[in-house]
Design a protein around this ligand. Structure first.
Ligand code: LLP
Length: 422
């Protein structure tokens, strides 16, 4: 690299930093969006989604980078991700259908079947008849048999339980859990048995979700095992790819450093070793987490001498489930407070009648008053996607910035809550 290239690269890093913190969002713009579209409101910045895709592709230049759609399946996001050159990894027939609706070609779509209901297999096999290049990843011998029964003889990938796992919480640690993948001791036999009836194109493993730099040794071990397996099965099939999963973590806490993506890429290559197949990775969170925020309005401030001040907001665990489900930390910023308001420790709680409906406790926040608009960071991944209508609370609206704001999901209406009833 000459000096000119170095300067160009650091300039590029400044334009496309490895993390976008909540403080970097334009507070005035967010407040205007809250006023125009009301709250709770998801805001997704497609420009940031594209930047994240570019950084991934730059770190893994020879790999097939696939977006794990489960993190955010909105059409605008899927389209942006596809245009940035990523494939789409789908966890259900519904996600497969949405990938095609967003314009994906068959070759770009991987369906990872996890204990797939019959209905999912029927839909995917039907879709395969017109899109013969889509790939189905199986995690059990049963699934292979059920595909055979349906006449599927297309592109097959075998998911292996790598025996070790990692993740930000035990509930998202996948590798090593019996639920996912065929046991590694059986993987070679499953590949051998499948090769006559299917086009076995890949092997796959996923360690877990939210891997940090500290988990690199686990990641390395998973990849090393996959490299060994790829060399073992080379005697039976010509593999096209070795998919080592996703799970690249993002810094949810303000002081947490971003993942060193090039270190992850280097560790991956080194651990994989020489294989006659392309490396594939399938991050979800990394692509969309810091591209999204939730905007919410303070509706109640309950100060009490005995307890910490409780700040009641109009977004709850039905809007953003992660804190209730995984005790996840999400940064919060008071967009309405100027420098004149000093921070006080608060509990921020939603409107759901559940003790777990608390976004944070003991958090210093510029003293909120009724009507303030708060922004909750890193909500782009597994945010809207895990929203529900519990407590008969309609799901929020969503706006994308492209760069102009555009309403991509209307706020659910009260009437919609009973639409399915008969
Ligand atoms: N590939 C497979 C096979 C997966 O199961 C997952 C995530 C991914 C890729 C993408 O993982 P990511 O890069 O997004 O970490 N709701 C949880 C996360 C559950 C992830 C499940 N599988 C959360 O909010 O943290």
């Amino acid at each position: 690299m000459n000096a000119g290239e170095g300067a160009e690269q650091s300039e590029h890093a400044a334009e496309n930093p490895p993390v976008r913190r909540l403080s970097a969002w334009d507070g005035d713009e967010l407040r205007d969006l809250a006023a125009a579209y009301e709250t709770p409101l998801y805001v997704m910045d497609l420009g940031r989604v594209r930047e994240n895709c570019q950084r991934l592709r730059a770190a893994f230049p020879d790999a097939d980078v696939r977006y794990a759609a489960k993190a955010h399946t909105g059409r605008a996001v899927l389209e942006a991700v596809r245009e940035a050159g990523l494939g789409i990894e789908c966890a259900s027939a519904g996600e497969v259908e949405r990938a095609f609706a967003a314009g994906a070609a068959g070759k770009e779509v991987q369906y990872t079947a996890v204990n797939p209901p019959d209905r999912d297999l029927d839909v995917v096999v039907d879709r395969w008849l017109s899109e013969p290049e889509l790939t189905v990843t199986v995690g059990a011998r049963d699934t292979v048999d059920r595909l055979r029964e349906r006449g599927f003889d297309g592109r097959l990938c075998v998911r292996v339980n790598p025996g070790v796992g990692a993740g930000h919480h035990e509930k998202v640690t996948t590798g090593g859990h019996a639920k996912f993948g065929v046991p590694s001791s059986e993987a070679e036999a499953v590949v051998r048995d499948a090769r006559d009836d299917f086009d076995v194109v890949g092997i796959h493993a996923h360690a877990g979700s939210g891997i940090s730099g500290d988990d690199l040794s686990t990641h390395r071990e998973v990849v090393r095992r996959m490299g060994d397996l790829a060399r073992d099965v080379a005697a039976h099939v010509d593999l096209e790819f070795v998919d080592v999963g996703g799970g690249f973590g993002v810094p949810y806490r303000e002081e947490e450093p971003p993942l060193d993506l090039s270190a992850v890429a280097e560790a991956t290559r080194e651990a994989l070793g020489e294989v006659d197949a392309q490396l594939a990775v399938e991050p979800g969170r990394y692509v969309v987490a810091d591209a999204g925020v939730v905007l919410t309005t303070v509706n109640t401030v309950k100060a009490s001498g005995e307890y910490e001040t409780v700040v009641g907001i109009d977004a709850g665990m039905t809007t953003l489930l992660r804190p209730a489900m995984y005790d996840a930390y999400h940064a919060i910023r008071n967009l309405s407070a100027g420098d004149d308001r000093s921070a006080i420790p608060v509990t921020v709680a939603g409107p759901i009648c559940e003790t777990s409906d608390v976004l944070c406790e003991h958090r210093p926040l510029a003293a909120p008053t009724r009507g303030d608009v708060l922004a909750v960071g890193n909500a782009g991944a597994y945010g809207y996607e895990m929203a529900s209508t519990y407590n008969s609370r309609p799901r929020p609206a969503e706006v994308v910035l492209d760069p102009e704001p555009r309403l991509t999901r209307r706020r659910e209406s009260l009437a919609a809550l009973t639409e399915l009833e008969q």
